[in-house]
Structure formats: C-alpha cells, structure tokens
Ligand binder design. Sequence first.
Ligand code: IMP
Length: 190
Amino acid sequence: MDDLATVLFTAREIQDRVRDLGRTISHDYRGREPVLISVLKGAAMFHADLLRAIELHTSVDFMSISSYGAASSGVVRIMKDLERDIGDRDVILIEDIADTGLTLTYLLSTLRDRRPASLEVCALLDKAARRITPINIRYRGFECPDKFVLGYGLDYAEVYRNLPYIVAVEDMDALAADPLALAPLLHSPS
Ligand code: IMP
C-alpha cells in the first residue's frame, strides 16, 4: 500500500488542527454571529467538525457546484444555492482544498456580489504550488504538497471521502486504472 499512498495527516493531527482553527475563529468573531458556508461535497466533513469547535452562535448554509468541462477550469455552475440572504452578514467560506484557486475565486466573487458585511476563507488544505489565481486564505489548516490527496471529505471517483485521515496518492496511474486500489485503507486506522 505504501507505494500507492502515504499518510499525510492523521485523524489526530486533523482534529487538533480543526480545534485550533475553531478557537481562532471564536476569538476573531467574538460578539458576532458568522455564517459558515461550505461547498458540497468535499468540505462537508471539515465543516461539521469545525462548527463543533466554534464557541459562538453561528448559522450554516451550503452551496453545491459543478465544474463545466475540465475540472478546475474555474467555470462553475451553481447546482444548489444558499437558502438565506447573506447581505450584511459575516461570512466564512469553508473549503476542503485550495488548489488552482479558480473555484474559490469564482465563489468569492459570487458571494461578494451579495454584499456581506465581511467575507473570509477557511480552507483545510492549501496546495499553494498549484495556485493560478491568488486568494487570501484567512484560516488555513495545513499546507499541502503538490500531490493528489484523498480522505476526510476528499474523493477520487466518489470513493474515500469517509477515510478519517488524509493520504497523498503516490501512484495516480494505478488509481486511475482501478479507483478501488486504495480501498484497503478504509479498514486501516491512522
Ligand atoms: P481549484 O479550483 O483548482 O482550487 O479546485 C478546487 C477543488 O478541486 C476542490 O474543492 C476539490 O474538490 C478538488 N481538488 C483539488 N485538488 C484535489 C485533490 O488533491 N484531491 C481531491 N480533490 C481535489
């Protein structure tokens, strides 16, 4: 298995980091009631854990998007929009991973048009080496190497989202040939 994937962040490391982020956000937004918006589906797990680490009144909302054409082209269609107006609200956009930054750039401009009082990004992983459009990530979980990563919400062909830790794929060809090649990981705790 080691030649196919290596553990990047253990479940424990993720939980510790999420708790730190929750503490920082609770401090920064003291006395306010931020709306935590996440983008389905990859950020759902991070969103759920982060929410429980924030000691403030918060609201949550979700968006779902799909990319037109090639993944990460930045041309995005909103499949499910927010349920509530975010005008004059303090908004934190929760993302699983900032890769090229094109998706976040699109989402931020869409949300900014709705005139929130403030708008910040909280991304669990930052794959900065691949950035095409610069983004200001106010809250960042971990810096991520320039490798395809899986687990804790992140999928390959809809598999591996439920892995409680994050792995870096070392052999993309093997995974492309057999999307279930890493399935034994789902039975091995880390
Ligand atoms: P961006 O527009 O290139 O920043 O892409 C962001 C989206 O691509 C993320 O929200 C993920 O859904 C997906 N993505 C980017 N890198 C990875 C990865 O390493 N593993 C799984 N999904 C990824």
